[in-house]
Design a protein around this ligand. Structure first.
Ligand code: ADP
Length: 781
């Protein structure tokens, strides 16, 4: 080490322990003394040479320190002044002289006397290491002074003025170090160089701390300023709002109260609470408030925990179903079965839930699919909601929009649940086939989740962002045709066909239900308008042509209105509508069933089609002209129908000889097949025989009987294959006044489900191949 020390002799001197204080050589300090031992030491020192050894206690709290409680290094000081204070304490002024190391205690009571070893620092101005350390210390000190801003100008000046290396560290430590440990560390470094080094370390650390402190302070100040500003502004707004009288806190209280009363799910409660908290923190007048309130209201409006009890009385259910709907046996039976199973389950397991398949009623429009579902709800005692999926193109319609969208609302499932007011309504999805028809994909996949018993216990709407239990809902769907329902959806549903009505069935429906309903709906007394069977038949056959009874309902309504006018004008109590009156009320018949016998003609054949709206007659026309072997097909035809036209042509070419045609007849002609009246697209193979017949007739110029209608698929070899929708097709033929019906042999069994009255109006022929058809339908030239 650069500093040299003279070996000093130990001195015996009174000792005073300092609490939370210490003194460096060359420095002046005044402090109060209260402890008896300290006062005694002071007095002893005063009596001798006013010198006293001052040393810091490790722990300021210790009242009566022992040897182990005091530091090893202290300062020998001269007492300059002693003042008596009120009470027993004294105030002293001391000046530090010299570092000294505590050696041993000679006496402890009534005051300490210690042997200490004074340390004299050798002057070290010439030592280059010390010189360099001095400079470094000055630099670090300047840096610290800049960073901390706590160093006073006087201190700066007095530090600059120090040029004794042994004092520099002491002056800086005494003036700027705040922690006692740091100062003591400097005091304990007996060598000058080590003292400066230690000080530099401390200064660097303090500089860094000061920097961090400054940052933190800046941040706190900014935050405080912002909070104050916000608070001030908010108070202003509140004052304005109060002045205007629109404070929203009462609304929030109301919502909170409602939340308390609603049996929400845990997750929902958490959501609402969080939202309410957010709401209470929003400054009044923020547009987000109403968004937030609407959201909470939506959640609270849902029928949490509200269930209706099912009425599982089968007799009553059957009575209600029969009361409002004629026929529809299959549907009614299935519903009764469903209830029966539920009841059994309830009796055996005490729990009412039943994950049955979703029922899907398939049939043409107007056959009562929707209205029977309403009736089912009534029979079971559940609420009823309905949602039409026709034209639904967007998943968001089912599942809602996320709340980040402006004006977002929940999807229609959740809206329906809210409307129903219970967790277990009968929920009807109308036209599930139309949704898929227009837009496959997303809406269908959302529907899958809704209809899947495994998943719908926690249905998630995008807007609500909460799982909602749909598992107790009884879902029923309707469709016009099975073909366009996407496969996965179809898998989850049990299809129940609701077929078209015969004229006889329509008569019963009209007599038993429609007329009464119209009479009461028009505010007339029951029985005031009567329509006889003959007149009703005339309405059905002459004014409507449909699979269901919608037009019929409307037509009866017209009759009822006219009758009401009649009654008022002629002062009648009651009107019985006869056939003549029907004509008078409704004008001339629109459809004539007994068509005047049409003359047989070439290239025109009556076919029968089964479309989504029920059965239809369809006239296939075929003409032949000179050309170059082209086959054109027009009318709204699907691919399958076009293919069967080609198959028909191939069959005719293969059998050209039998029909006295040239083997290469097709080469110099063009053939045009047309299927008119095409509002409803037609497809399917069942027009095969019809097109083949039209072709042969056009090519051979043999006329076709117009009182004959036919349906059937053909193969290339001319075999006639069975087709679907026999009942609908026969009803269509019946309505069109056809007398002779040609059906595939294999459809013979289907005839059983046709009411006898209809069956008996036809002569029905069953065919195995196309030759059988041609034999009956074609006349000779
Ligand atoms: P869909 O849903 O099949 O298109 P709707 O349920 O709308 O048919 O039925 C149309 C109207 O016809 C309703 O007023 C309904 O009450 C009535 N209706 C249909 N079928 C019957 C029936 N079998 N008995 C009584 N009314 C019927």
């Amino acid at each position: 080490m650069a500093t040299k020390r003279k070996s000093a002799k130990a001195v015996r001197i009174p000792l005073m322990a300092l609490r939370g204080l210490m003194i460096f050589p060359h420095m002046v300090l005044h402090f109060d003394v209260g402890r008896p031992r300290s006062i005694a030491a002071l007095e002893a020192a005063m009596l001798e040479n006013q010198r006293i050894f001052l040393v810091a206690q490790h722990d300021a709290e210790v009242e009566e320190p022992g040897v182990e409680d005091i530091c090893r290094v202290g300062t020998i000081a001269t007492i300059k002044q002693v003042l008596n204070l009120p009470g027993d304490s004294l105030r002293v002024l001391v000046e530090g002289q010299q570092r000294a190391v505590f050696k041993s205690a000679v006496q402890e009571d009534p005051y300490w006397i210690a042997d200490v070893l004074p340390i004299r620092d050798e002057a070290a101005e010439d030592d280059p290491t010390v010189q360099a350390l001095m400079r470094t210390t000055h630099d670090f000190f300047d840096e610290y002074a800049k960073a901390s801003m706590r160093v006073s100008p006087e201190t700066l000046r007095s530090v600059k003025e120090v040029d004794a290396p042994d004092q520099l560290a002491d002056v800086i430590a005494a003036n700027v170090l705040t922690r006692l440990e740091d100062r003591q560390a400097i005091l304990e470094e007996v060598s000058v160089a080590a003292r400066l080094e230690t000080l530099c370390g401390i200064l660097v650390r303090e500089t860094e701390l000061a920097g961090i402190e400054k940052q933190v302070q800046g941040r706190i100040r900014k935050q405080l300023e912002k909070n104050q500003k916000d608070y001030y502004l908010r108070e202003q707004i509140r004052a304005i709002q109060e002045e205007l009288g629109d404070d929203n806190s009462s609304q929030n209280d109301e919502l909170r109260e409602r939340m308390r009363k609603t049996p929400l799910s845990d997750e929902a409660r958490e959501k609402v609470e969080r939202e309410l908290d957010r709401l209470s923190r929003m400054a009044p007048g923020t547009p987000e408030i109403s968004v937030s309130q609407t959201y909470i209201e939506w959640i609270l409006d849902l029928p949490w925990g509200a269930y209706t009890t099912d009425n599982l009385d089968l007799k009553r259910a059957r009575r209600i179903l029969d009361e409002e709907h004629y026929g529809m046996q299959q549907v009614k039976d299935r519903v009764i079965e469903y209830l029966a199973v539920r009841r059994m389950k309830q009796m055996n397991t005490q729990e009412g839930s039943l994950k049955g398949p979703i029922l899907c009623f398939v049939g043409p429009p107007g056959v009562g699919k929707t209205s029977i579902v309403k009736c089912i709800a009534k029979a079971v005692g559940r609420k009823f909601v309905q949602m039409s999926l026709g034209g639904v193109r967007d998943e968001a319609e089912i599942r809602g929009h996320r709340r980040t969208y402006i004006g977002a609302i929940p999807g229609r499932i959740i809206a329906g649940m809210k409307q129903s007011g219970t967790m277990n309504p009968v929920f009807l999805f109308d036209e599930i086939d139309k949704m898929s028809n227009d837009f496959r994909g997303d809406p269908a996949s959302a529907m899958l989740e809704v209809l899947d018993g495994e998943q719908n216990g926690a249905f998630r709407d995008h807007y609500l962002e909460l799982p909602f239990d749909l598992s107790q809902v009884m879902f029923i769907t309707t469709a016009n045709s099975v073909e366009t329902i996407p496969g996965p959806l179809l898998d989850r549903m049990e299809i129940i066909e609701v077929p078209s009505y015969t004229e006889e069935e329509k008569l019963q429906i009209a007599k038993k239900h429609l007329l009464h309903r119209q009479v009461t709906e028009h505010g007339l007394t029951k029985g005031s308008v009567r329509i006889g069977d003959a007149a009703m038949k005339m309405i059905i056959e002459g004014y409507t042509r449909e699979a269901g009874v919608r037009t019929l309902t409307r037509t009866i309504a017209r009759v009822v209105r006219k009758a009401a006018v009649d009654m008022l004008e002629n002062d009648l109590e009651q009107v019985t509508v006869s056939r003549e009156k029907v004509q008078k009320y409704l004008g001339a018949q629109r459809y004539l069933r007994d068509l005047p016998e049409k003359k047989p003609c070439v290239g025109v054949v009556n076919g029968l089609a089964y479309t989504t709206v029920g059965g239809e007659t369809l006239q296939v026309e075929c003409t032949v002209m000179t050309g170059s072997g082209n086959l054109s097909l027009t009318g709204q035809l699907g691919d399958v129908m076009k293919e069967s036209a080609r198959a028909a042509l191939s069959w005719v070419r293969a059998h050209a000889a039998e029909y006295e045609l040239q083997p290469d007849f097709h080469k110099n002609i063009d053939i045009h097949i047309h299927v008119p009246e095409g509002a409803v697209p037609k497809d399917g193979p069942s027009a095969g025989v019809t097109m083949a017949t039209a072709l042969v007739s056009a090519l051979t110029e043999r006329p076709v009987r117009q009182d004959v209608a036919m349906t059937g698929e053909i193969t290339l070899r001319g075999r006639v294959l069975p087709i679907g929708g026999v009942k609908e097709k026969m009803l269509a033929a019946y309505r069109a006044g056809i007398k002779t019906l040609l059906l595939p042999m294999e459809n013979k069994k289907d005839l059983e489900e046709i009411p006898e009255r209809v069956r008996n109006t036809f002569s029905v022929h069953f065919m195995e191949n196309i030759e059988d058809v041609l034999k009956i339908a074609l006349l000779s030239k």
